[in-house]
Design a binder for this molecule. Structure first.
Ligand code: FA5
Length: 348
């Protein structure tokens, strides 16, 4: 007998296999043992290969021994597999049975929070709800006729230059440049009296800087009823801005402003809530511009089928993004759209 196959080699191989089986603690680990020992290219296959080229006497002696070993290895493997599968099922059962819902401990590092836009929008909505307004929404993809013509801005009107527009590849469709489109939808579809506030996104194809973005939020608001005057607008703006900044004494001023859809038109400024002598927020002027506003132009009422001799209304468009950066002392409006965690996580 002249072969590397000996009883001692087979015994050591068997012991090595049994140790590996015991050490396998999961079905994945067990699969590696199978591949390594009894798989097609495993160690048992290589011992069997040696037997094929061994002399006749070795084949006679070890052939039956190796066949029995092969069967017993397969059996031991199957038993261990059943055993590990059962352990996995038991552990799953235990986890389900003993799952303690009260044991959840939220991680301080991954707690979600509300975006500053959501905070400010909620506050604005609550303030206007308390004044009896309805909250409305409107399309961001809009018809040119609603975004412009319905607001007394016909084609070739110079005011269109102030609204650098994102035009879509659909005839007459654009991304709304202001939330004033909601005025047109509402005036056309509802009968006065009504008081509406409508926060939402707007888009302008313009260069960005710390106080201008190409996507930003405004909140439109308007009231249509009989005998509505500038006094209603001024008092509403005063109440709203004081409530938003948690103050009672903010000074609000109106300056003449031109918007084709209001007459008279004004800009609403507030005295800077952060300083008395000028600071970086108010750019040393002590005043901050917050909105465009005015009495709704008779042409806008007429376009929507409302008789301007019977009804009048005021409208305003606050720059919600600007209010957000003022309220939270954010020094660059573009941060609102970055999605940066170190920025967002400050607003829990
Ligand atoms: C308008 O958009 C008018 N629709 C407002 C209005 C409504 C007037 C109703 C009269 C009646 P204006 O373009 O000025 O007006 O924008 C209003 C506010 O939106 C600005 O005061 C400013 O706070 C904000 N805003 C305008 N452009 C940007 C921009 N690129 N980035 C951030 N905020 C902006």
């Amino acid at each position: 007998m002249n072969s590397s196959i000996t009883q001692a080699v087979i015994d050591s191989f068997k012991t090595e296999f049994e140790t590996a089986l015991t050490q396998a603690q999961s079905l994945d680990e067990l699969e590696l043992v199978r591949i390594n020992f009894i798989g097609r290219k495993g160690k048992l296959g290589s011992v069997m290969g040696q037997l094929k080229v061994a002399d006749l006497e070795t084949k006679k002696t070890f052939g039956p021994i190796l066949n029995t070993l092969k069967q017993s290895m397969q059996q031991a493997f199957n038993d261990r597999k059943d055993n590990l599968a059962q352990l996995a099922r038991d552990s799953q059962d235990n986890q389900e049975r003993f799952f303690d819902v009260t044991a959840y401990k939220p991680s301080a590092h991954h707690r979600g929070g509300l975006h500053p836009y959501t905070h400010v929008t909620n506050q604005i909505q609550n303030i206007f709800l308390s004044m009896g307004y309805q909250i409305l929404d409107g399309p961001e993809v809009e018809d040119e006729s609603i975004n412009f013509e319905g607001l007394n801005i016909p084609k070739d009107h110079p005011a269109r230059d102030m609204h650098d527009t994102f035009w879509l590849n659909l005839p007459g469709k654009l991304l709304r440049t202001h939330t004033s489109n909601i005025q047109v939808h509402t005036l056309k579809n509802r009968k006065p009296p009504f008081a509406v506030v409508a926060p939402g996104r707007c888009y302008r194809h313009e260069a960005t800087d710390a106080s201008h973005d190409y996507v930003f939020m405004q909140t439109e608001g308007f009231v249509v009823d009989k005998n509505i005057s500038m006094a209603h607008l001024l008092e509403t703006a005063r109440k709203f801005l004081n409530a938003l900044f948690g103050r009672k004494d903010l000074t609000v001023r109106l300056r003449p402003g031109y918007f084709p859809f209001v007459e008279p038109g004004v800009e609403i400024d507030i005295r800077c809530p952060f300083c008395t002598k000028g600071c970086s927020v108010c750019k040393k002027t002590c005043w901050i511009e917050t909105a465009g506003a005015g009495l709704i132009h008779p042409n806008v009422l007429r376009y929507a089928g409302i008789d301007p001799d019977e009804y009048s209304g005021f409208a305003f468009g606050f720059g919600l993004s600007r209010l957000a950066i003022l309220k939270y002392h954010i020094d660059d409006i573009r941060l609102l759209h970055t999605g940066k965690m170190e920025f967002l996580s400050q607003f829990g």
